[in-house]
Design a protein around this ligand. Structure first.
Ligand SMILES: NC(=O)C1=CN([C@@H]2O[C@H](COP(=O)(O)OP(=O)(O)OC[C@H]3O[C@@H](n4cnc5c(N)ncnc54)[C@H](OP(=O)(O)O)[C@@H]3O)[C@@H](O)[C@H]2O)C=CC1
Ligand SMILES: O=C([O-])CC(=O)C(=O)O
Length: 258
């Protein structure tokens, strides 16, 4: 499977490293879309990839799947073109947080018979949430995310601060780099307005902790994921990058779990 990558930052570099390690892998990144050719020129030699600054040329290159690993705004801009041409893996899931845009994208992929794959990112348990939603036996989903204070606040603090309390739709508007997980939860479960989100800035924390509570006629479920952040980008948990790789691997498998 030939992959085109959008964004060669923390997650993108992880994928380039992992997928170039074994030359016989059946998944290879061959094209990378960047906005600054000079900055990323070194990727061509290091990973044997071709760089593109035109979305059309990138999509015309010989790729089967596009992996988006840029940011919510960039994802929104390119998504209509990308999904109309290719199967897509989207990690800036916040790009799908507006209903009109989500409907537009859904119409395109239906018409083209394409799919969008949303990795579980920095959390887990989405399989359970999706199942109980489909069965109509879910009532509430809430997320409490704790992150190191300096990743959320511009000023230092001595105590834990609540920086956001509300629903997923509002959370991603205010924190597009920090709470994509809430949109994955919302899309799997009770929706953007019903998914409750609390975001805490904790000065004594060195992990990104996501605590999820689900309830309904099926019973209750609780998940807590204590993520190690990437040393190079404390906003992003290592697990988020691992989940994109996992999604790509699942796309090549004949037995699907979950
Ligand atoms: N769903 C989830 O659970 C999670 C989602 N995420 C999301 O994943 C995405 C990637 O995260 P991460 O790798 O840490 O981000 P980084 O900031 O480390 O990297 C982003 C990359 O995207 C590139 N980029 C930005 N804008 C554009 C554009 N318009 N066109 C092309 N490339 C662009 C940047 O290039 P440049 O050098 O030019 O700026 C950079 O290479 C983010 O949206 C993040 O919020 C992260 C963690 C968890
Ligand atoms: O990486 C994380 O822990 C979560 C994150 O940034 C996001 O959901 O946007």
């Amino acid at each position: 499977m030939r992959v085109g990558l959008i964004g060669a930052g923390t997650i993108g570099t992880y994928l380039l490293d992992e997928l170039s390690r074994k030359k016989d892998q059946d998944i290879r990144i061959t094209s990378v879309f960047v906005r600054n050719l000079e900055k990323y020129q070194y990727l061509e030699e290091r990973y044997d990839v071709e760089l593109y600054t035109s979305v059309d040329e990138f999509l015309d290159s010989s790729i089967d799947v596009v992996v988006e690993a840029a940011n919510v705004q960039a994802a929104k801009e390119v998504l209509p073109d990308v999904v109309s041409e290719k199967e897509t893996v989207l990690i800036s899931i916040g790009a799908l947080a507006e209903e009109t845009f989500l409907n537009e994208i859904t119409e395109i992929i239906k018409a083209k018979n394409h799919r969008i794959h949303l990795p579980s990112g920095a959390i887990g348990g989405l399989d359970l949430i999706e199942n109980v939603t489909e069965a109509g036996v879910i009532e509430t989903v809430s997320l409490v995310t704790r992150k190191p204070a300096h990743t959320l606040l511009s000023e230092p603090t001595d105590e834990t601060k609540v920086v956001f309390e509300g629903n997923a739709a509002e959370a991603i508007k205010q924190f597009p780099k920090n709470i994509n997980v809430s949109i994955a939860l919302a899309l799997a479960g009770v929706g953007l307005r019903q998914t409750k989100v609390t975001l805490l800035a904790d000065p004594n924390l060195d992990k990104n902790i996501h605590s999820i509570q689900v309830s309904g006629d099926f019973g209750t479920a609780s998940f807590e994921i204590k993520n190690n952040p990437f040393p190079s980008n404390k906003n992003t948990s290592y697990l988020a990058a691992v989940s994109v790789l996992g999604t790509l691997k699942k796309m090549t498998k004949k037995i699907n779990i979950g």
